[in-house]
Design a protein around this ligand. Sequence first.
Ligand code: FAD
Length: 422
Amino acid sequence: MKSVLVIGGGVAGIQASIDLAMRGIVVYLVERNPGIGGRMAQLDKTFPTNDCSICILAPKMIECAGHENVHVLTLSEVKEVKGNAGDFKVKVLRHPRYVDEDKCTGCGDCTTACPYVRVDEFNLLGSRRNAYLYFMQVVPRVATIDGENCVRCGNCEAICDVGAIDLYQKPREMEIEVGSIIVATGFDLFDPSGIDEYGYGRYKNVLIAMEYERLICASGPTNGHLIRPSDGKEPKRVGFIQCVGSRDQKNNQYCCSVCCMHATKESILTKEHCPDAETYIFYTDLRAFGKGFNEYIERAKREYDVNYIRSRPGKIEENEKKDLTIWYDETVTGEVKAMEVDLVVLCTTLLPSKGAYELAKILGVELNEHSFFETKDIFNPVDLSIEGIFAVGYCQSPKDIPESIMQAKGAVSRAAEILSGE
Ligand SMILES: Cc1cc2nc3c(=O)[nH]c(=O)nc-3n(C[C@H](O)[C@H](O)[C@H](O)COP(=O)(O)OP(=O)(O)OC[C@H]3O[C@@H](n4cnc5c(N)ncnc54)[C@H](O)[C@@H]3O)c2cc1C
């Protein structure tokens, strides 16, 4: 059987789908969001090259969705899997978009006609309407109606020239047969409001790193203007706190594997936005293990005056001007010190995607103690405990984009072996 199911349309799932399709294999790419792209679509730039993230991802998204061998199933989830390697029968639940994908032109008229505003899950700091485009460069470029919150006022229907709105669409179930399955469900963000001492959620100028990525991004909620949420002023001193909720006994013990590098990237970008700003990275130890990573950090120090302080911050305090004081234990000297900053970025741990446990149960595969998909051994780095099912990218262990792509390519070769009966 010459078809493969890919679950998760982030960079890993997209790369796997393109490579399979190029080999003449039919792909069903199941994505739970209204569009593909995953977390990489939310990033401003990517380390260690500072490429514009969406500029290098968008052509891949278009290539993937436009390939005749790829069926992109958005707003969808896998509900049942039966069978064995070479012959799996899969049930996919397709949630209603309330918009006919074949008719919608992506003009965005419905998004301006909708009067109801909500938090924007993609931009994090911004807002969106109940009729919305998931993000500016979304693929497929079709609108979505937030069925849960929509009051069916009909404004979107009235403005849509092509009659694409269908407010009474129902969920649909679809059955597919595939020879192999690749899981690429990535990660979800950790909410640090439970770490009371850092004040996230209470202090307006304490953000998480993904919010910061959106704040400095040209397509983000401030069109790329780096301003403090409390007063709209440019920050003059920004502190980045590493390992929030990771490498810690109370929350998660594993290293998220990317925060040393993305804090460095965000510090460089801060200086590019506000050349007078000072940046401080409060780190546990620097894990710059990838190609060009150490050089990137050296360049950040040399060319952008990024300051690295080996420390464990214990507390953040806010004054009446909403400025912040970071109290930290400088682990080299053992001294307790304080630093005043305008903005704090918490580089939080990243969690296995919500629903990983349920998906593992449906697939019959094992998770490790942190709920990442458990791979077999070092000679089978993408194989899961059931033959013919593979996992790639962040869903099987913390990793960056280049490593996710490498694994996707590895899994494609393993899936092709299964299909050819090797
Ligand atoms: C703040 C921040 C900055 C970063 N900066 C960089 C950087 O500069 N360079 C770099 O190399 N890395 C960076 N990373 C890491 C990078 O984001 C990840 O390595 C990459 O996104 C992993 O890709 P993925 O496809 O495995 O997962 P994801 O990007 O998380 O994609 C997973 C996809 O699967 C979907 N999904 C999840 N569960 C299901 C399900 N049950 N059914 C269907 N679909 C599902 C999700 O909706 C999502 O679209 C950064 C991470 C963060 C948090």
